[in-house]
Design a protein around this ligand. Structure first.
Ligand SMILES: Cc1cc2nc3c(=O)[nH]c(=O)nc-3n(C[C@H](O)[C@H](O)[C@H](O)COP(=O)(O)OP(=O)(O)OC[C@H]3O[C@@H](n4cnc5c(N)ncnc54)[C@H](O)[C@@H]3O)c2cc1C
Ligand SMILES: Cc1ncc(C[n+]2csc(CCOP(=O)(O)OP(=O)(O)O)c2C)c(N)n1
Ligand SMILES: [Mg+2]
Length: 559
């Protein structure tokens, strides 16, 4: 005989889970009692939101399913922002919550909340398990759903009596079969042929690659395909790392804070090949001026994404990796579009990313560049949200997939630090940095407790402008500099770190940057850097909301 809690823990182990992030409470006491002497490693966070972000960071860095655990009511509700963050970026997470006993469901019992109802629109699927005999099957299904097709979070809500009841060792199904859930992996042959035909004819083709390339682990195939046919690649924020930053075909990020040359290329291309990207509004700007001269091929595993925002000429529903393999095999010889490549090279030379040159100023872009030069791609870089995130996307040279972790779709401040903690458990072999803003870091700063407790060597680089900088930037540009509630009083972050037993350094000038980063890399535990940057530095170029993407503030028209 086994309790539901034991069955749960064994089911997690069967899925290959080694680490879970959680926070205890009344309804999950039976589960915590099982964890007490289980080989599963449990990391006690200081806020359940952080458990969800840590599971998400682990998943993005490893490509595996991340797991978090919280008690019923307030604990489960604290997971919500983390679950929504994972949902918006299609990240595989299994969130396990305790629930009041089945006999009390719906009675407004102590610490009851309808977490299944609450998370319905922000999970790929969710379960309220009412029978102990179902636990093993549900856990298996949850991992399968989270980690296949378009990945995403799945919630499993477990009432306390379901966890305490004892049953005979349950039968575990060999395979998962779910009627109505059959993701398509192979692309339609005829559609692939049509796409090949279009690519062969195109004179100004451009690949627009997104997060789907990373989650499909298709970066090698993508670079192969592009190099074979000389097709330039621009990536979304979520696609950074799928082609090395310094690859001659790489145009960097497109969209609101993309490079000028990427946005020009989209505007002038005659064939846009969207690969695992979802035509987000931060990317397209004004929709009818996005890629106005291009026919569009869209490869996506989720049929609901096809034609959602933009009309597509050749849709291919399938897994990026599978489809690219077929396209590589089927491609006929194609001219390298030399005139197009020359034009792009010219834009790259004449419209580089740029920032101020005043040696007495501590520019955030300089800090990111120094970090990039120091770690040379061998690090996992996580960011918070705001200007810090955009400067990192623009100036860090990503060389490999799954080394860039950021909240793109929901844009969750407070995501970075706990996600970096999770990423460390996926990649203990490389340094993990959280590039933070002074606002964002204060949204989950309590996780310094977690980092210190387990000596998790996450390096926090706070780009401290004493502003909610990205919002201040919008106020400066579009609200006549009326800085309404965006100024933050100074905080001595190193003192806070010290109080948690974490070392750190405050940096106020350029020549202190490299020594601080080196100290962080040399320290074997967590480390905080409080960079006092230029307070009113902006992220440029910038496409104003609703404008065409080739009309950028801080840029100039294509020459
Ligand atoms: C302050 C801020 C500014 C931003 N500015 C920009 C910006 O300038 N530029 C920018 O690009 N983004 C920007 N973003 C991010 C933006 O909001 C979106 O998150 C991002 O553009 C979406 O990236 P994506 O299209 O790659 O889609 P993702 O959200 O990564 O979605 C992946 C797509 O691939 C598909 N997919 C998943 N797995 C597979 C598979 N195995 N095979 C095939 N298809 C698959 C999915 O169905 C989905 O359509 C910003 C965010 C913030 C917070
Ligand atoms: C939880 C949450 N609340 C509010 C916002 C809106 N928002 C986006 S960027 C930003 C400012 C971020 O400030 P900071 O962390 O200091 O970063 P900076 O832009 O200064 O680099 C705000 C408030 C958000 N994205 N997330
Ligand atoms: Mg700030």
């Amino acid at each position: 005989m086994k309790t539901g809690a034991k069955i749960l823990v064994e089911s997690l182990q069967r899925e290959g889970v080694e680490t879970i992030f959680g926070y205890p409470g009344g309804s999950v006491l039976p589960i915590y009692d099982e964890l007490y002497d289980s080989p599963l490693r449990h990391i006690l966070v200081r806020h359940e939101q952080a458990a969800a972000h840590a599971a998400d960071g682990f998943a993005r860095a490893s490509g595996r399913v991340g797991v978090c655990l919280a008690t019923s009511g307030p604990g489960a509700c604290n997971l919500v922002t983390g679950i929504a963050t994972a949902y918006m970026d299609s990240v595989p997470v299994v969130a396990i919550t305790g629930q009041v006993p089945t006999t009390m469901l719906g009675n407004d019992a102590f610490q009851e909340s309808d977490i299944q109802g609450i998370t319905m629109p922000i999970t790929k699927h969710n379960y309220l398990v009412k029978d102990t005999a179902e636990i093993a099957r549900v856990v298996k299904e949850a991992f399968y759903i989270a980690g296949t097709g378009r990945k995403g979070p799945v919630l499993v809500d477990l009432p306390k009596d379901v966890n305490t009841r004892e049953i005979k060792d349950p039968q575990v199904p060999e395979k998962v079969y779910l009627r109505g859930y059959n993701p398509t992996f192979k692309g339609h042959k005829r559609q692939i042929e049509k796409a090949i035909e279009m690519i062969t004819q195109a004179e100004r083709p451009l690949i627009y690659a997104g997060g789907g390339v990373i989650s499909s682990d298709a970066s090698a195939e993508l670079v192969d395909f592009a190099t074979q046919h000389g097709i330039p690649i621009t990536t979304t924020l979520m696609g950074l790392g799928c082609i090395p930053c310094d690859h001659p075909l790489n145009l960097g990020m497109l969209g609101m804070h993309g490079t000028e040359y990427a946005n020009f290329a989209v505007t002038e291309s005659d064939l846009l090949i969207a690969i695992g990207a979802r035509f987000d509004d931060r990317v397209t700007g004004k929709l009818d001026t996005f890629a106005p001269h291009a026919r569009i091929i869209h490869i996506d595993i989720d049929p609901a994404e096809i034609g959602k925002n933009k009309r597509v000429d050749v849709p291919i529903v399938g897994d990026v990796r599978e489809v690219l393999k077929e396209m590589i095999a089927g491609m006929r010889k194609k001219s390298a579009c030399e005139a197009w490549q020359k034009r792009i090279k010219h834009w790259k030379q004449h419209h580089p990313l740029r920032y101020g040159k005043d040696a007495s100023c501590l520019y955030p872009q300089f800090i990111i560049q120094q970090l990039s030069d120091l770690v040379k791609g061998d690090a996992v870089i996580v960011s918070e949200v705001g200007q810090n995130q955009m400067w990192t996307a623009q100036y860090f040279c990503f060389r490999k997939p799954r080394t860039w972790i950021t909240s793109g779709g929901l844009g969750t401040m407070g995501y970075g630090f706990p996600a970096a903690i999770g990423a460390h458990f996926a990649r203990p072999d490389v340094p993990v940095f959280d590039i933070a803003g002074d606002g964002s870091i204060q949204m989950n700063i309590q996780e310094m407790g977690t980092a210190s407790h387990y000596r998790i060597p996450v390096k926090i680089a706070i780009l401290n402008n004493m502003y909610l900088g990205m919002v201040r930037q919008w106020q400066e540009l579009f609200y006549d500099r009326r800085y309404s509630f965006t100024e933050l009083p100074p905080v001595e972050f190193v003192k806070i770190a010290n109080a948690y037993g974490i070392d750190g350094v405050k940096v106020e000038s350029c020549d202190e940057v490299v020594p601080a980063l080196t100290a962080a890399l040399e320290c074997d535990g967590p480390f905080v850097m409080d960079f006092r940057i230029e307070r009113e530095e902006n992220v440029f170029p910038m496409v104003p909301a609703g404008a065409a993407i080739n009309e950028m503030i801080g840029g100039h028209p294509p020459s």
